[in-house]
Design a protein around this ligand. Structure first.
Ligand SMILES: *[C@@H]1O[C@H](CO)[C@@H](O)[C@H](O)[C@H]1NC(C)=O
Ligand SMILES: *[C@@H]1O[C@H](CO)[C@@H](O)[C@H](O)[C@H]1NC(C)=O
Ligand SMILES: *[C@@H]1O[C@H](CO)[C@@H](O)[C@H](O)[C@H]1NC(C)=O
Ligand SMILES: *[C@@H]1O[C@H](CO)[C@@H](O)[C@H](O)[C@H]1NC(C)=O
Length: 665
């Protein structure tokens, strides 16, 4: 071991004195190279042989190397280096780079262009040159029997290669040669190895970063001993011809009689960035442009989808209604997208959602009413909007609307306590005291009076019932949904007309003629009053035969002289007897089958306020009147089969045959 080390030191000492034949440059910063022509070492350590059009440059190891031992046979040697050719225009090649072994480190007679800066017309090919070179040629010159414009060749004393091949590398993975482009700007790794015993010269090429290929690109038998001299310089030369390009050497290692040290990519200086830009432009730009275009298409798509999602219908005439129009987007935001979580209820006309208007923070209820036909829409909207001007403390305020295809959205004040029916029927969770009930009845009556008589035009409600009476935070009754029934009156096909109103609230004259009047509203109000007082629905098939029809049950009680027996049992005795009696009797009066016998809302309000006494009715009169409406008065086929003598009173269905409605429509 010690002997080996000693020998190595001895050898190093001898070699060092004559150029030790073993070196490595990982970048050339501070290197003592012998530069000629335009060659220079850049500030970051690149060895740049030339940089412009029609330039030549060379860089040689500064001291000659001792190639031949005393017996005359040439030493074996190996070298590897990394170079790059950066053409300004990737389609136009310059000339090329050579690795050269030469008796001189200067090439005074070397010509530019095709002669690679080392030969000239007179000496090219002469054995007196004593030169060997490996050329990386990017120019097709038939004069030197070049094979193409992208090849590697072994040159002895001239540029006529003794052996050449298109630039390629043997892939250890695919086990075959893969083409390379010398002017791609990519870093090329080259191994040149000479075996002095076998006179074998191998040249191996590879893109940087891959392990050394298992097979060389060129392998040639050359007796260098007969060509080169004992002391030779080694280095690089390059020239540019018609087109500008830059030739760089990034790293280089050499070893006489041994394996040259490996070069690692990460140890080498970086190529100048601006040249890389061309790559960014040629490959990156199309990618960036297509990505941007894709994003633009996506954005447009999203905008279109949004437009469709939030599409509304607005016609010129609607502009006049101005402030009552909401945008669908605002309502969508207010209700958080009409999710079921904010669903307040599903009514006869559509679903109702709770929402908060983002601008004003007002809590609203949004009713989505679907409608099929456009017919009559204009009148209806204008009516709805004019109804928006109605102001009464016992009406649910309509704040505005929004119109979409096949859909109308109505925006109302939000009523925190929900609808009255939830407090009356089917085992309610919380019960209303009589005073609350009486106040609700009076409130709804005054709202109805306002609609019928106190506003600028007569407005029919058409659908008075407990579920349309909403309770505000002070438990005041507020009538909602007024006028909505009109939507279904307008422009509908008589063949499929649906009776508007609710079972149990429909006056017999309405079912007969299909024509709503203030009197049919009064009838429905009567049914409503009785329901509130008795805490049950006007028709309840689950009760005993006697009690199914509420008005009939109350009249029976009245005839027996025990009208209060009909009062809501849940109230016990906690009610004003006079008020209860008044409500029950007035309810029956309003429910009178004959239109003329029903009071007007003005009279109803007076009776409730005790400003006028209830006319002296006897239960027998009323009973007779009820019975007077014989079966001939109402269409038989509309009757429901209740086992009651007065079934025709409330007999109706939700859909009427054409004949029954034709007079009314
Ligand atoms: C570079 O090498 C040459 C030849 O060996 C030598 O004469 C010169 O002094 C060296 N210069 C530097 C800066 O080392
Ligand atoms: C060619 O090169 C040789 C050696 O460098 C030189 O002696 C000769 O003058 C050159 N000839 C021309 C024509 O440049
Ligand atoms: C590689 O280059 C050679 C010569 O230029 C050509 O004949 C061959 O088709 C190329 N192979 C591929 C796979 O491009
Ligand atoms: C190589 O050339 C040298 C010098 O010309 C000669 O002595 C030797 O025999 C040659 N070797 C072979 C294998 O041709």
């Amino acid at each position: 071991m010690f002997c080996k080390l000693l020998l190595w030191f001895l050898f190093m000492g001898i070699a060092a004195s004559e150029g030790d034949g073993n070196f490595i440059y990982r970048g050339f910063r501070g290197a003592n190279m012998s530069l000629g022509g335009e060659a220079e070492i850049t500030s970051n350590g690149l060895l740049r042989l030339n940089n412009a059009i029609r330039q030549k440059g060379h860089a040689m190891y500064p001291v000659p190397l001792h190639f031949k031992p005393s017996h005359g046979k040439t030493h074996s040697f190996s070298t590897n280096f990394v170079f790059a050719i950066l053409p300004q225009d990737p389609d136009l090649s310059g000339s090329g780079v050579v690795f050269v072994i030469s008796p001189s480190k200067e090439f005074p007679g070397g010509e530019n262009g095709k002669y690679m800066g080392i030969f000239n017309e007179t000496n090219n090919g002469k054995s007196s040159n004593h030169m060997a070179a490996i050329e990386f040629d990017t120019f097709f010159n038939p004069e030197f029997r070049d094979i193409d414009e992208n090849h590697i060749g072994i040159d002895i004393n001239g540029l006529d290669s003794i052996s050449s091949a298109p630039a390629a590398y043997f892939s250890n993975v695919s086990r075959r040669f893969e083409n390379l482009s010398l002017i791609s700007g990519d870093l090329m790794h080259v191994w040149v190895e000479y075996n002095g015993f076998q006179n074998q010269l191998n040249v191996t090429l590879s893109p940087i970063g891959l392990p050394k290929p298992d097979l060389p690109l060129l392998s040639s038998t050359v007796n260098l001993s007969s060509i080169i001299l004992d002391n030779m310089y080694i280095g690089f030369s390059s020239t540019t011809r018609r087109f500008q390009s830059s030739h760089y050497i990034l790293g280089w290692s050499f070893k006489m009689n041994g394996q040259a040290q490996a070069l690692d990519l990460w140890q080498l200086p970086n190529l100048p960035q601006p040249k890389k830009k061309s790559k960014v432009l040629t490959i990156g730009l199309p990618v960036i442009v297509s990505v941007l275009m894709l994003m633009a298409i996506l954005a447009v798509g999203l905008i279109v989808i949004r437009k469709i999602k939030f599409a509304e219908i607005q016609e010129d005439w609607e502009r006049d209604f101005g402030p009552h129009r909401f945008s669908y987007k605002d309502l969508y935001t207010a209700t958080k997208g009409f999710t079921d979580r904010d669903l307040l209820g599903v009514g006869g006309f559509g679903r109702v959602y709770r929402g908060v208007l983002s601008a004003s923070k007002i809590e609203v209820a949004v009713k989505r009413v679907s409608h099929e036909s456009r017919q009559g829409m204009r009148e209806f909207i204008s009516e709805i909007v004019s109804l928006g001007r109605l102001r009464h403390r016992n009406l649910v305020q309509l704040l505005g609307y929004c119109r979409r295809k096949r859909e109308l959205l109505l925006v109302y004040d939000f009523m925190p306590n929900g609808s009255l029916d939830k407090f009356l029927f089917d085992h309610p969770n919380s019960m209303l005291r009589w005073s609350q009930r009486f106040r609700i009845i009076k409130g709804v009556a005054s709202a109805l009076l306002y609609l019928h008589e106190e506003w600028e035009q007569v407005v029919l409600h058409r659908d008075i019932k407990a579920s349309n009476v909403l309770l505000d935070n002070e438990m005041n009754g507020r009538l909602g949904d007024f006028g909505l029934a009109r939507l279904y009156d307008h422009g509908t096909d008589p063949q499929t007309t649906h009776m508007v109103g609710t079972f149990g609230y429909l006056a017999p004259d309405l079912t007969r003629t299909g024509k709503a009047t203030t009197s049919t509203d009064v009838f429905a109000f009567g049914a409503f009053m009785l329901e509130v007082a008795c805490g049950r629905r006007s028709i309840d098939p689950q009760l005993s035969v006697d009690e199914i029809i509420l008005v009939e049950w109350i009249s029976k009680c009245w005839r027996k002289g025990t009208i209060l027996a009909a009062a809501d049992l849940k109230l016990g005795v906690d009610y004003e007897v006079e008020e209860m009696e008044l409500v029950l009797k007035l309810g029956l009066l309003c429910s009178h089958p004959l239109t003329a016998a029903r009071p007007s809302m003005r009279q109803v309000v007076k009776f409730l306020d005790r400003d006028a006494p209830l006319p002296d009715l006897s239960p027998d009169d009323l009973g007779a009147a009820i019975l007077a409406v014989g079966p001939s008065e109402g269409p038989n086929d509309l009757r429901l089969s209740y086992p009651s003598s007065s079934e025709q009173w409330f007999a109706c269905t939700s859909s009427l045959p054409e004949s029954a409605l034709s007079s009314g429509l």
